[in-house]
Design a protein around this ligand. Sequence first.
Ligand SMILES: *Cc1c(COP(=O)(O)O)cnc(C)c1O
Length: 348
Amino acid sequence: MTSPTPADVREAVVVDLRSDTLTQPSEAMRSAMATAEVGDDVYGEDPTVGALEAHVAGLFGHEAALFVPSGTMGNQICLALLVPPGQEVLCDGEAHILTNENGAAAALFGITTRTFTSADAHLDVDAVGSALRPAGFGTLSTAAIAVEQTHNRSGGSVHPLEALRGVRDIAAAAGVAMHCDGARIWNAHIASGTSLAEYGALFDTLSVCLSKGLGAPVGSLVVSSAERVARARVIRKRLGGGMRQAGVLAAAGLYALGHHLERLAEDHRRARQLGAQLGHHSPVESNILRLNISDYGWTGPDLAAAARARGVRIGVAGPAQVRLVTHLDVDDDGVALAAEVLADLLQR
Ligand SMILES: *Cc1c(COP(=O)(O)O)cnc(C)c1O
């Protein structure tokens, strides 16, 4: 038997930068799941789910939280709580609730949508203010403003606290509620140093994901007042999201919050490093890098296929755009390999 050459070893390495949802639960996380105390959560009898809900509510300084199967369900439950049928939610034109949730707010709850543009990838307070339709306008009125933190489709950008406060003030003055799609609010917290409670204070409802950078296999939480969360429980059941011995999943979430929150800084460092090595024009603010490759003569799908053949998987985000996301299962060697392969391909 011949020993593998460095080239063989390199062939075998696969770095998957398509998404931070691709992480595998670690041995320690699986062991926390295996030993979790559980009960029927539809009966309200799962102690581990209860512990997760209380912990997450506390982190954001809210009264209550509800464990739900996905971020999409979390967002949609929040919209249903805040926006009556026939009224609108105001959100960014590239918001996940609009572009990636298959029209759920309209299809399920009769909610319409108005959009604003975040010109430089960050919240533009004036744009939000002029898009808002106050009640009594005589036509459709805005019932809620939804903000995504971090903002996925603009490349993981982190809205500054000042801008969020500006939008909050506009909403408060108009009597309009505020929702946060906080799928990656953990990344925003680590990147900005703003506490989760400071973020929590800005919003009436939040939906936060355990299955992105935190590395849990399944689950999100709706965070809000006790009264809203009681109503959220009813809507969750209506949507088929009532879960039984869900403590096995909640245990993974508790483990992730205890062990994988602070380390998000490493993902951010690696994403910045990738951005710098690939000549990305603007600073990478969290764990997502979107590369425009039209100038390099590549299409997104072709570049992704060429990189894959060399052990690096990247996401296709458009005809001439690719997406690279750092996460728990990508280490320094993986980032170095990805940078080398992509820099090489983009030179051609
Ligand atoms: C991933 C994500 C969600 C939720 O997605 P699910 O796959 O339903 O858990 C919501 N908002 C944003 C911005 C996301 O990236």
